[in-house]
Design a protein around this ligand. Sequence first.
Ligand code: 5GP
Length: 175
Amino acid sequence: MYTSTHMTPLFVSYNDIHRYCQDIAARIENDGWQPDCIVAIAGGGLIPARMLRTFLKIPIYVVGLQRYDDATIIAEEPQTTQWLDNAEKKLHDKHVLVVDEVDDTRVTLSHCTRALLEYQPRSIRIAVLHQKQKPKTAELPVQVEVVYAAQVVGDDWINYPWEAQDIDEHDTHIG
Ligand code: 5GP
């Protein structure tokens, strides 16, 4: 577990994220938990999910949940923009790792895991790059066993490399 001492805002590199995913995969292995598949929450979970697959070697399925529209208005409930085909077949009785980039208010992860529990997975855990230590506005369902977080941060805004218009400029902020 890495604990950040950065001040706001926080910038992370692709290499940092690759290392965080390696760390999460090692912790999953150490726990003796063997996920059957990843459910990536698009868009922030996509690149971490792909990096995690390098270590976990399991399929990635994608769901789309959006809390911010183009005007960056925050919706109370995330809007589903994409869901799983044959979800019952893919998830029933399976060990499922849900991947997103950050657990902020927890609304997205709560909404997503509750929806996935409808398919009765055998177990469900979450992996995020960043856990924001702040009061959460939603609770995870009790069936969610573990949340793996590579970094614990404050309520800082995190700048991910895939959002950069200029990746070289982005990288100048990385110590
Ligand atoms: P929630 O509040 O539901 O936990 O997070 C919703 C979404 O807001 C996240 O999946 C992420 O896309 C976005 N988000 C929240 N905090 C941050 C942040 O610090 N940086 C970035 N880039 N996105 C964030």
